[in-house]
Ligand binder design. Structure first.
Ligand code: AMP
Length: 216
């Protein structure tokens, strides 16, 4: 199964993708995580992406489609993939259609996580991840059971994204509305767009997503 989680930054795509990965064994492909790893490793792509990401703008379509195409060829994608953060432009959506056709794969569903911009700034500026396993947490909405200790791996080091600052979040939301939201009619016309309430509590969003998946 190939599914896309589509939504504004902070809509909860990463959180829900992790849960889907754990439950269904379908791998989460987060282009944001891949770019952050490339920046950290100092690769050519990382060097190109760093400044763009810090401005809250989008990395070029060619780079992104290349990354996803290579990633889908890896053996861990055999059962399918959850695309988290890709596609983000119409050019990427068209390139995805083409690459899936070439790989004899098909897109099963696009799940829009609907949110209001006002809540997103608080969500984004409060979030952090385990530096060891990448599990996501939030200062207010999703604390680890034991303060300072990761529920998943017991790690005690955490990190925050450098683009999760309030100033950058504004540009990222603008990029979403200008460049990514036009994908909603694109997928609606194909008849594969479903919606869940991204404003609901995390467990409720999971229930809604599971409902969508079991209906396809
Ligand atoms: P995310 O972790 O999905 O919020 O992505 C963080 C940043 O990585 C974005 O603000 C973009 O600069 C870049 N990025 C991630 N995915 C894409 C994509 N599909 N197309 C362009 N830029 C992307």
């Amino acid at each position: 199964m190939i599914l896309i989680l589509l939504g504004a930054p902070g809509a909860g795509k990463g959180t829900q993708a992790q849960r889907l990965q754990d439950k269904h064994g379908i791998v989460q492909l987060s282009t944001g995580d891949m770019l952050r790893a490339a920046v950290k490793a100092g690769t050519e792509i990382g060097l190109k992406a760093k400044a763009v990401m810090e401005r809250g703008e989008l990395v070029s379509d060619d780079i992104m489609t290349g990354i996803i195409s290579d990633r889908l060829d890896q053996p861990d994608c055999e059962k399918g993939a959850i695309l988290d953060g890709f596609p983000r432009t119409e050019a990427q959506a068209e390139a995805l259609d083409k690459m899936l056709a070439e790989k004899n794969l098909s897109l099963n569903v696009v799940i829009e996580m609907k949110t209001d911009d006002e809540v997103l700034v608080e969500r984004i500026t409060g979030r952090y991840t385990c530096a060891n396993c990448g599990a996501g947490y939030h200062d207010t909405f999703l604390k680890p059971a034991k303060e300072g200790v990761c529920d998943k791996c017991g790690g005690t080091e955490f990190s925050r994204r450098s683009d999760d600052k309030a100033e950058t979040v504004k540009s990222r939301l603008e990029a979403y509305h200008k460049q990514t939201a036009p994908l909603l009619p694109y997928y609606r016309e194909k008849g594969i767009l479903k919606q869940v309430d991204g404003m609901a509590e995390i467990d409720e969003v999971t229930r809604q997503i599971e409902g969508v998946i079991s209906s396809i």
